[in-house]
Design a protein around this ligand. Structure first.
Ligand code: PLP
Length: 393
């Protein structure tokens, strides 16, 4: 796209989104914006109210759009809203929406509740459907929504094949691209219409901001997104926009460390007898490794672990309770390592997921020394083996 500036992404993210003479934009907290002349009060090109943004919002969008090579983007107040807004602009009674079965759980909840209430028919497809998704597209299909790799189980849809099938039938496509942070995968280059980022994760990077964004190269879709934002009265705080821009400056650098440490921990886990499978598409044994290699230039530091039987949910909890460096908590992409069990929040309707029937963990590998993290996990696995089977108590 023409917006590309010289230098690699590392360089562009450091230099884009400047704030005049200071290297960062000012934080302007304002509802009211004052005008010099009454004649300008309704001027379409003059920002009239705080809800329409501020210098920090503009600077963040300018820099963040570099990541996905987008000509247009919108900011919203959470990653979840960045997922639901694209669905909402395609909602109308009778609309058929195709959704990958491995999407983020709250995205699925929005589909099952709000989209259904608005009269849409939501159909889930198996993530490995590829070009076969074309067989499910009918005259009322409006959108194909993907996530690659999907939340918790990390199956990686062939985004190129799915997008090609949708384009051949003139159906729009959207993808939740949070895992790659946009650094390792640029879906707009494949013709995907809308790419979604939860900036809460790697872009802000500090586990202290909730923010999301949707990127596109379509002026028409951008207009529909901005109209929906205006109609709903959505707003992002200028402080959160500013914090995200600060995080974005160092994102590619942090991501390299998350990637390398993630792979080191994942490989170590793959060699452990307590582990049946590591759900990480960058590992050569993963079922989607070839798809991942074709589409992605690198990996994130978040992946799944299927424990070997007879370990169940109780043993998974015993393992996590014995960890001292991994925090137990939701979200990921911050500087600190996190772990959760996945079972209670997994829902699938289009077929079994990877690791089905096994206790599943999700690990987010932070910026700690990976050797320390491996030692921590070794303690966790040992505690799991030593724990009495609680179900028998
Ligand atoms: C975390 C996450 C979201 C939601 O982001 P929030 O800012 O927490 O609402 C959406 N999609 C994926 C893949 C995520 O991991």
């Amino acid at each position: 796209m023409t917006r590309r500036r010289p230098g690699t992404l590392d360089t562009r993210l450091v230099h884009r989104g400047r704030g005049g003479r200071s290297v960062s934009p000012p934080v302007v907290r304002a509802s009211t914006l004052l005008f010099d002349r009454a004649e300008d009060l309704y001027h379409p090109a003059i920002r009239s109210y705080g809800i329409h943004g501020s210098p920090a919002h503009d600077a963040l969008l300018e820099a963040w759009s570099e990541v996905e090579d987008a000509s247009h983007g919108v900011l919203v107040a959470s990653g979840l809203l960045a997922c639901t807004l694209p669905l909402l602009i395609f909602a109308e009674p009778g609309a058929h929406i195709l959704v990958s079965d491995n999407v983020y759980g709250p995205t699925r909840r929005f589909c099952d509740r709000m989209m259904t209430r608005l009269g849409c028919a939501v159909e889930y497809f198996p993530p490995r459907i590829g070009a076969g998704v074309g067989d499910r597209i009918g005259s009322s299909t409006r959108l194909v929504f993907m996530e690659a790799p999907g939340s918790l189980t990390f199956e990686t849809p062939d985004v190129a094949a799915i997008t090609g099938a949708a384009q051949a039938r003139s159906v729009a496509t959207a993808i939740d691209n949070t895992w790659s942070a946009g650094v390792h995968f640029r879906p707009l280059d494949l013709g995907v219409d809308l790419s979604i980022q939860a900036g809460t994760k790697y872009p802000s990077g500090g586990a202290d901001v909730l923010i999301g964004a949707v990127f596109t190269r379509s002026a028409g879709l951008h207009r529909r997104l901005t109209e929906a934002i205006a109609e709903l009265g959505l707003h992002v705080s200028p402080d959160d926009a500013w914090l995200t821009l600060r995080g974005l400056r160092s994102m590619p650098t942090r991501l390299r460390r998350h990637e390398a440490s993630g792979l080191e921990v994942a490989r170590w886990l793959a060699g452990r007898p307590e582990v049946e499978a590591v759900l990480h598409p960058a590992l050569p044994g993963h079922p989607d490794h070839e798809v991942w290699r074709r589409l992605f230039t690198g990996s994130a530091g978040v992946f799944g672990v299927a424990l070997a039987p007879p370990a169940g949910e109780d043993e998974a909890c015993a393992c996590l309770n014995a960890l001292s460096l991994f925090g137990l908590g939701f979200s990921w992409g911050g500087f600190e390592s996190l772990a959760i069990t996945c079972g209670p929040q997994l829902t699938r309707t289009a077929g079994p997921h990877d690791g089905a029937g096994r206790a599943l963990l999700r690990l987010s590998i932070g910026l700690e020394d990976p050797a320390d993290l491996i030692a921590d996990l070794e303690r966790g696995l040992a505690a799991m083996a030593a724990a009495p089977p609680q179900s028998a108590v």
